[in-house]
Design a protein around this ligand. Sequence first.
Ligand SMILES: [Zn+2]
Length: 229
Amino acid sequence: MLRCPYCKITISTRTDVCPLCHVRLTDVGNSKEDVKRTARAYPQRAKLPPLSGSLFDKVYLFAWLSLSLAMIIVEAIVTRHVRFSWISVTFLLYLYLLFRILLRGSEYFPQKVTVHALILTAAIYSLRSVLPEPEIIAEFLLPILYLVSTIAIAVFLIVNYKRPNRYLLNVLTVSLMCVIPFLALVILDDYKNFALSLATMILGLAVIIGTLIFRTKTILSELKRKFHL
Ligand SMILES: [Zn+2]
């Protein structure tokens, strides 16, 4: 019989991770022998070859690659530099990642929001050479993105306040991201409008401090569960 000390349950069928919290069972007091001794409830899934995406992946990525190359080559020939092709190249890749990770992934809403914020950060940053004033990235675009993400997760947490432990690391991640735009503006020393990024940073820091004060224990156990510290 396998045991998960976090969820305080015993598990009667063979599995590597706890079905509830996904901690690796051999990391929390079950030996490999214990796992082997436990009966399987269903046959093991056949190993998939590493490049076996779905038909959607193959078609989309092939179309994306050929379209991108075509646009970049045409723009390079016509205008002698490549700038605006990046917009559609980035946007099409962003749509793909959005569909692949957010819509089809099975993670929870806060994780989706966090991943989405990271993807969109990369997409926005890759457009810096196209924007007429690149400083609006740190002045407006990223602060708005992080504000919306933090608020979305905060609302979700308030609705699911009984089980906050699953989402605390996501809260901390997005609130840390809130600090980045203002720091970037200060480091680059090139800003006109820092009000929004400053407000975002203050909100982020407030959330971090609040979470650390009220949920220290849960954060520590969550870190342990995620990274096996
Ligand atoms: Zn568990």
